[in-house]
Design a protein around this ligand. Sequence first.
Ligand code: SAH
Length: 402
Amino acid sequence: MAGEAHTRKEVEIVKGHRLDHQLYNYLLQYFSESELESIFESIRRPPSRYYVRVNTLKISPEDLMRTLRDRSIDVYPDEHLPEALWFPVKGPNKVPSARKYVLADKKASESVYVGANLYVPGVIKMDGEVRKGDEVNVIAPNGEVVAFGIAEVGSDDIKNVRRGIAVRTIVSVYGMPKVREMREYEMGLFYDQSLPAQWVGRVIDPKPNEVIVDMNAAPGGKTSHMIQLSGGKAIVHAFDRSEGKVNELIEALSRLSMDSLYRVEVRDTRYLDIDRPDLVGSTDKVLIDPPCTDVGVRPRLFDVKTMDLVRAMSNYQRQFIRVAWRLLKPGGVLVYSTCTIPPLENEDNIDYAESLGFEVVDISIPNASGGLIDKYGDSVVRFYPHIHDTPGFFIAKLRKPS
Ligand code: SAH
């Protein structure tokens, strides 16, 4: 009978964020209840800084900052990473109510929540009679109001348009400059990328003439960073399984004027050693930035995660590690990063890499923490949403012995 057999299968840590019991208990081995709460509390919000990476092949950080400040845009240099600039994120703001609403999909509402306009593909539904010029609220799938804005497309026309702005955001829960609409963005002078993700490129430290394989490259954030750090002179092979996302990568790198500076292929890199024997034993550096459970990506309004998913992801990620071992030259370097929190996808995978023969190379990054497991307390790096005001992130560096 409904209700009677009801077992509480999930725990709601904070509003909208649920874990199944297994995952909850698993995480309690590493975090206290109140820590878990503050982690997910932070995940509901964006970090207070929105980071971009300057395309130093085109402009210096100082010049880009000056150009933006000349237009009265508030922008600051990171304290440690020279190519990183950030914009303050303001909020939470009080969002005015409108009489009409537009329902947005999850991804779009999370962008609108931090100030982006709502684009046509992100619209799920428009309230009965929205006319162009009407005041509307943008609503997320969980019913949360994420913004107040002006409709640029009416409900009669929405079916006939494929792209462009559906609602121009006026007040959103969090606010910051609309970076994607800046001319400097169009000109390829910067790429929006979180601070921890920018550190990954630094940990790889790409040098001219090195053969570097990026096993999970799209949409190209870390690929383009490696290209710029090597002055366009590393031999960067970018692979990704998703054709659509590879097209996004090509477009992004073209905007950054990097077209001729890398090679790209659509590939399931779990089989790269078979498909590209030329790279076996001849690669200097490999980056694995695999799909993960994403517990750490901000902001997330709501989410459900399960232990099964964590386990499946961890096993999937290990397949890339096995292939990286085969691709690398003796002495070659593997960098492994994720944007998630469970140790099974992080420290435990480093332990797995060691079982294959890899050696851990100690890294440390200013204002970040060490590993969550004693063994890696000083050798790998973690960023925590509730401590570092960044997305949750993990970075480790390994070497195949010579
Ligand atoms: N490194 C990227 C982000 C990668 S996200 C950046 O910095 O911008 C993880 C990527 O792994 C996704 O694009 C996904 O398509 C890709 N992926 C998932 N399974 C894969 C596989 N088997 N082979 C290659 N790429 C895969």
